[in-house]
Ligand binder design. Structure first.
Ligand code: CMC
Length: 436
């Protein structure tokens, strides 16, 4: 299917059993329009038929040309480019450009883009005071969500979302400043002084420097860690209409500024069923404690005690998460350098048992990207509760590309789902509080 162009191929004939009337609903790109159902009614004064789809299991909410996923075949492409090739050969900033503009940058465009991002890595000094207000043990995702939301107050012109220059500035500011905020948050948690950006370093090297630099004049990250971070950022940069992207699009659809919309994305990403899964995987592995306990844990999951095998399963991928395959190889490279540890052994045992167990294979539950990312980040000495922040740095690029696509889509309006009301009918108010 060519991108962007709607191709009508056929129609779906629906006969209403209540009236015997038949309706032809056009099928375009494999979809019928939910609004076409509205004409189906028993009597003319009725509202019309709704489609009911909790959690959007079978509803496309937009036409998008950014990311393609074939969950059955395990395919993920950004703007047509296979994720494997981008992870192998592109940089994160090149990927961020691609997601937004649809094409790879020319050398001149790339240099300008890198320059602009580098130029905007500093944050207003007041942000530091703001961060100091958080308790030492505040969750890094809570801090990131609120500081990104707060950035909106520093850039009031970001509200001019239909001005392409303002939009561009917001893209640059967010992609440039989120790593600085993330690193400051890390240092706050450790009680360490903030390290300012070093504009002579690459995007990833600068981030790692702001995280880890102590008294040395210039921080040099281990090449295997720089590479791992760059690849993980590329893998996490976008994933079409997931929970957090939907949050960004939904908030953005009210024409809120992009800092507020991205803060909504961060809030959604925080949850353990979404980006918070990489943290949950590590906590699960710590709880299991030893490879010998894996079998019993798997039995508990299968017994349906409410315990899930975190890092397994995906709403869209029903064969294999292609990102997981890349991350697994990356994890091998990292562990070759830093060595195996008990947690990794637990993870490998979990993977091995689950992949040969009918409970998981029959439900098409395979390791997802988050099963391994936490292990890599932990070997880099990132605290467990910081993993999702690393995910958020990368996903900022995808959220913004999706937000802009939504704004430019003439079919989009403020997001406002319908409901099926199942509560009480009208009833008279009678106080249940004792009379005064
Ligand atoms: N462990 C054990 N059973 C599971 C798991 C799991 N991780 N995931 C799904 N199932 C079972 C589920 O109980 C259900 O069983 P049954 O048919 O007997 O009721 C069946 O598999 C189908 O699951 P579902 O809940 O209908 O699947 P979903 O598409 O609604 O949920 C998911 C997808 C990712 C939320 C879920 O698989 C899950 O909670 N996984 C663990 C959390 C996780 O790793 N999330 C990260 C996702 S990847 C990163 C990202 O995109 O954010």
């Amino acid at each position: 299917m060519s991108k962007g162009t709607a191709t009508q191929t056929d129609a779906l004939s629906v006969t209403d059993g209540r009236t015997g009337k038949t309706y032809d609903l056009p099928i375009t790109d494999g979809a019928v329009r939910a609004m076409d159902l509205r004409q189906i009614k028993e009597t003319p004064d009725e509202f019309g038929t709704l489609s009911y789809d909790p959690a959007f299991l079978n509803t496309a909410a937009c036409r998008s040309a950014i990311t393609f996923i074939d969950g059955d075949k395990g395919i993920l492409r950004y703007r047509g480019y296979p994720i494997e090739q981008l992870a192998e050969r592109a940089t994160f900033l090149e990927t961020a450009w691609l997601l937004r503009h649809g094409e790879l940058p020319s050398p001149k465009q790339y240099d300008q883009w890198v320059h602009d991002i580098t130029f905007h890595t500093y944050v207003h000094e007041n942000i530091k005071n703001f961060l100091q207000g958080f308790r030492y043990d505040a969750h890094p995702m809570s801090m990131l969500c609120s500081t990104v939301a707060a950035l909106s107050s520093f850039y009031p012109n970001a509200k001019n979302i239909f001005d392409p220059e303002e939009r561009n500035l917001s893209f640059v500011r967010l992609i440039a400043k989120v790593p600085t905020l993330a690193a400051f948050i890390y240092r706050h948690g450790k009680g360490m002084p903030f390290v300012y950006p070093d504009n002579d370093l690459s995007y990833v090297e600068n981030f790692l420097s702001m995280v880890a630099r102590m008294s040395e004049p210039r921080y040099e990250s281990r090449p295997v860690f720089t590479r791992a971070t760059e690849v993980l950022f590329i893998l996490h940069a976008d994933h079409e209409q997931n929970c957090s992207t939907t949050a960004v699009r939904t908030v953005g659809s009210s024409h809120a500024d992009p800092f507020s919309a991205v803060a909504a994305g961060i809030a959604a990403l925080y949850g353990p069923l979404h980006g918070g899964a990489n943290e949950a995987v590590l906590r699960m592995i710590e709880q299991i404690g030893h490879p010998k306990n894996v079998k019993a844990f798997i039995e508990e999951v299968k017994a349906g005690t409410g315990q899930k095998l975190m890092g397994f399963g995906h709403r869209v991928y029903k064969s294999y998460d292609p990102r997981a395959r890349i991350v697994k190889r990356l994890a091998d490279d990292v562990f070759k350098e830093v060595g195996m540890d008990k947690d990794l052994e637990v993870a490998l045992e979990l993977e091995c048992i689950a992949l040969s167990d009918d409970y998981f294979t029959s439900r098409k539950l395979y390791p997802n990207v988050d099963f391994y990312t936490g292990l890599i980040y932990r070997s880099m000495k990132f605290p467990t509760d910081f993993f999702t922040v690393l995910f958020a740095i990368a996903r900022t690029a995808g959220w913004l590309a999706q937000w802009e696509e939504m704004l430019q889509d003439k079919e989009q309006k403020i997001a406002r789902p319908r409901q099926i009301y199942v509560g009480h009918g009208e009833r008279p108010y009678k106080s249940t509080l004792s009379p005064k």
